[in-house]
Design a binder for this molecule. Structure first.
Ligand code: PEP
Ligand code: MG
Length: 539
């Protein structure tokens, strides 16, 4: 039998299927004589639950990082929420009933209330309220946490998994997990990706599968139950290939990006959307050096709302758990056309109406994105950079708009974090004014794809010119050198996020120039790390 759902994290798992043993949370309503003793029982149980959550926070902090562990801190705070506590105590006192019943009822009421809210983020908190209430009920009734009904590793099936359940799983017993419910943005999904466990959601598995053989194909979101010999063999082979790749990668994971003589460089990854973050983590990049935000616009049939963008940026920032995430503002036009922008057809689109030129004229579109970015900056380490810059006055204008956006957010009481501001250096004009630009920004990121196109006057989209598109051209290398020197003089750090950054034949050249950061596609991270680790700059 084959069931198709949605993949939360890729990979192949083969093993026995086992259904997660959830706690029996049927809570009985019992009349009590001493209501104050019952209130005290609740308070004690609440404190115990908080201690458990603090333990889970520490465990998650070590395993999956601060951003992902945060949920357990939030749960601790929720348990102290005055409305929540008052509701439980009122039910005990007014109805003269047991604490278990009062907590379960409060949990139900509050989660229904959250579930009915307009804001999707708040709706998502309904599961958190249920989770904390179940925990307190478990403490009150002396039950232990649910678990895995097996001593050998299994593909774990569950209706849904609360974050506290996910983090408590004995990972040595879990090959993969598969749930009927859950969303790609739930905490559980985030944790799963970070934990590196292939995982599927939206799989409506039958209940009579305990102990049967199963295959999870996390690449296409498929669960195969009771596979035939041929399928099993095919997947065993696929799994071995995956393991071999992982072994090679593993040797470099966790190692520093440092040359033989001790020079360190930041090695980040480029992404086009939220879905690429798993690859970034899998390949151990130190951050995201270029998030091409225009993909959010390209995937959409209308302007993506501030809320949708905020969610995407926030998810990326949270998943990166405090590591730097550099988001580039909208870079449409040229080869990236979006119908609903109704841009006029141009004879020469590569040199046309694109990127920051559009943003500086369609201020509302630009501001919507900036608001989303600054709002998301509260949840991680976000930097923002601007594409296709050709003049200082553009940067000054951008910074004015940024200030307006920040003021609006402050006036509305919406929090935001510290955001580094940078510009892409991808036009010869920008290179020539790097000395002046460096005074205005925190960093430069060199877009060698466009820089090559504009410096050599070669349309990067025209296959007939492939033989002329020489990104090793001395003009390009001199421009990179100049950018680094002027950037450093003016106090800006300098990275490369164009394809050339992953060219390992140039890694040494870049390091000798003093480049501070290289951002490459996730699958190239470890090979660039390998190159860096074999360079000796003292020679
Ligand atoms: C570049 O031009 O080098 C770059 C990184 O941006 P894009 O390829 O998205 O234009
Ligand atoms: Mg570019």
């Amino acid at each position: 039998m084959e069931l198709v759902g949605k993949s939360v994290f890729g990979g192949v798992a083969i093993g026995k299927l086992s259904i997660y043993q959830k706690q029996d949370n049927v809570v009985k309503r019992v009349k009590v004589d001493d209501v104050e003793a019952e209130v005290t029982r609740f308070q004690t149980a609440k404190e115990t639950a908080k201690t458990q959550l603090a333990g889970l926070y520490d465990k998650a902090l070590k395993e999956v990082g601060e951003a992902n562990a945060m949920v357990f801190e939030v749960h601790q705070m929720m348990l102290d929420d005055l409305d929540y506590v008052e509701s439980v105590e009122n039910i005990i006192r007014a109805q003269g009933v047991n604490a278990e019943y009062a907590v379960a009822t409060t949990g139900d009421n509050f989660s229904q209330m959250f579930a009915a809210m307009d804001d999707e983020y708040m709706r998502g908190r309904a599961a958190d309220i249920k989770d904390i209430s179940n925990r307190v009920v478990d403490v009150l009734s002396g039950a232990s946490a649910g678990g895995i009904n097996s001593t050998e590793p299994v593909i774990l099936l569950a209706e849904d998994l609360a974050p506290s359940e996910t983090v408590q799983l004995d990972k040595s017993l879990v090959l993969s997990f598969v749930t009927k419910l859950g969303s790609t943005n739930s905490h559980t999904a985030i944790l799963a990706r970070t934990m590196n466990i292939p995982a599927l959601i939206g799989i409506n598995y039958p209940e009579d599968v305990e102990g049967k053989m199963g295959i999870v194909d996390g690449f296409i979101g498929k669960l195969i139950i009771d596979p035939d010999e041929e399928t099993l063999k095919k997947y065993q082979k696929k799994k071995e290939e995956e393991e071999e790749k992982a072994r090679l990668l593993l040797e470099l994971k966790g190692k520093e990006n440092v040359t033989l003589d001790g020079t360190k460089v930041n090695l980040y990854a480029n992404i086009g959307g939220v879905g690429d973050v798993a690859d970034v983590l899998k390949n151990d990049a130190g951050g995201i050096g270029l998030f091409r935000s225009e993909f959010l616009y390209l995937e959409s049939s209308d302007y993506p709302s501030e809320e949708d963008q905020f969610k995407a940026y926030r998810t990326v920032a949270e998943n990166m758990a405090g590591k730097k995430v550099i988001i580039r503002t909208l870079d449409i036009g040229a080869d990236k056309q979006v119908d609903y922008f109704n841009l006029k057809k141009e004879d020469n689109p590569a040199m046309g109406y694109r990127a920051i030129r559009i943003c500086l004229e369609r201020i509302e579109v630009f501001k919507t994105q900036l608001r989303a970015l600054w709002r998301a900056s509260y949840y991680g380490k976000i930097s923002v950079m601007f594409p296709m810059i050709i003049s200082v006055s553009e940067v000054i204008k951008i910074k004015e708009i940024v200030e307006e956006v920040k003021k609006e957010l402050s006036d509305q009481g919406i929090p935001y974090g510290e955001v580094e501001i940078g510009v892409m250096i991808e036009t010869p004009a920008a290179v020539m004014i790097t000395e002046e630009l460096a005074k205005e920004v925190d960093f430069f990121s060199i877009g060698t794809n466009d820089l090559t196109q504009y410096t050599l006057a070669i349309d990067r989209q025209n296959p007939a010119l492939d033989n002329f598109y020489d990104s090793h051209h001395p003009a390009i290398l001199k421009m990179i050198q100049m950018t680094v020197e002027n950037g450093h003089k003016g106090g800006a750090w300098v990275g490369i996020c164009g394809e050339l950054g992953a060219d390992t034949t140039l890694t040494e050249t870049f390091l000798r120039m003093g480049v501070d950061e290289l951002s490459v596609s996730p699958s190239r991270v470890l090979s660039v790390r390998n190159a860096i680790r074999n360079i000796d700059l003292s020679k």
